[in-house]
Design a binder for this molecule. Structure first.
Ligand code: OAD
Length: 232
C-alpha cells in the first residue's frame, strides 16, 4: 500500500479572522485593547481572577457564535490525498467544526476549563460562562484551559514530532511572534516544501526558504489546496 505524504499545518488567529474573531497583533487586535499581563499571565490571574474570567467568557461566547470560514473548510479537502495534521495556536474550535480529523491545540481551548491546582482536571463547558466561585472537584477555582505567557506548552513536544515528519509544512495566519510555536518551522526536515499564507508576510520569512502567498486565508488556502491536489 502506498503511504500518503504528510502535511503539517500551523495555524494562528488569522485563519479565524474571516469568521469574525479578532486577531491579537493586527491593528484593533485584542492586544491593543487588553494588556497581555492582565489577562494572559499567571500574575494577571492572581491579581484579578474576575477580570480574567470575564475576558475568556467573552471570547468563548464570541467563538461559539462564529462559523468556520472557507479557509478552515478547504483544508479538509487535503485529507483525500495527504495525511494532514493541524497544529493550531487558536483556542476556538473552528477547525473541528469544519471537519478536520487531526488537530493539536498548542494554547488550549476556550470551551474547556480546568482546576487551578491540577491541570489534568479539565471540564468541557461548551459555550457557557464560568464565574468566580465555580470550583473543580478538589475545591479550587476553575480557570480557562488556556496556556498563558510564562506557562508550559505541553503539546509542543507532539507538535515538534509532527513537524519533523512533514513532507509539506504550511503556515497560515500567524505573526510567528510567540514561541515555542514559532520554532516549529525549524523542526521541518530540510528539503520539505514550506508555504505561508498571510496578507502581511511576517519578518521571519527571510530566514527560511518559504513560498509565500500574500492573501487572506480563504483565498490563499483555495489557491494552495488546488495546487497541491493537482500535483502528482
Ligand atoms: P497574531 O495576531 O499575532 O497574528 C495574526 C496573523 O494573522 C498576522 O500575521 C496577520 O497578518 C494575519 N491575518 C490577519 N487577517 C488574516 C486573514 N484574513 N487571513 C490570513 N491571515 C490573516 O496571532 P497569532 O500569531 O495566532 O497566545 O498569535 C499567537 C499567539 O499570541 C496566540 O495564540 C495567543 C497570542 O497571545 C496566547 O494567548 C498564549
Amino acid at each position: 500500500m502506498q503511504t500518503k505524504p504528510t502535511i503539517v499545518i500551523l495555524t494562528g488567529a488569522g485563519i479565524s479572522a474571516e469568521s469574525g474573531l479578532k486577531t491579537f497583533r493586527d491593528s484593533d487586535g485584542l492586544w491593543e485593547n487588553y494588556r497581555i499581563e492582565d489577562v494572559a499571565t499567571p500574575q494577571g490571574w492572581q491579581k484579578n481572577k474576575e477580570a480574567v474570567i470575564r475576558f475568556y467568557n467573552e471570547r468563548r461566547a464570541q467563538a461559539a457564535t462564529a462559523n468556520p470560514n472557507d479557509g478552515h473548510k478547504i483544508l479538509v479537502e487535503l485529507e483525500e490525498k495527504y495525511e494532514v495534521f493541524i497544529v493550531t495556536q487558536n483556542v476556538d474550535d473552528l477547525h473541528e467544526r469544519a471537519g478536520s480529523s487531526n488537530i493539536l491545540h498548542l494554547h488550549g481551548m476556550l470551551r474547556e476549563v480546568r482546576s487551578s491546582v491540577n491541570p489534568d482536571l479539565v471540564y468541557d463547558v461548551g459555550e457557557k460562562p464560568i464565574r468566580l466561585g465555580d470550583k473543580c472537584e478538589l475545591g479550587s477555582q476553575l480557570r480557562p484551559n488556556v496556556v498563558w505567557f510564562g506557562e508550559q506548552v505541553p503539546n509542543i513536544v507532539d507538535a515538534m514530532a509532527l513537524a519533523s515528519k512533514a513532507d509539506i509544512f504550511i503556515v497560515i495566519g500567524t505573526s510567528m511572534a510567540v514561541y515555542p510555536a514559532a520554532s516549529l518551522i525549524y523542526h521541518v526536515p530540510k528539503g520539505s516544501k514550506k508555504y505561508l499564507i498571510d496578507p502581511n508576510i511576517p519578518d521571519f520569512v527571510g530566514r527560511e526558504e518559504v513560498s509565500c502567498i500574500p492573501k487572506k486565508a480563504s483565498e490563499g488556502v483555495r489557491e494552495l489546496v488546488d495546487y497541491l491536489m493537482k500535483g502528482s
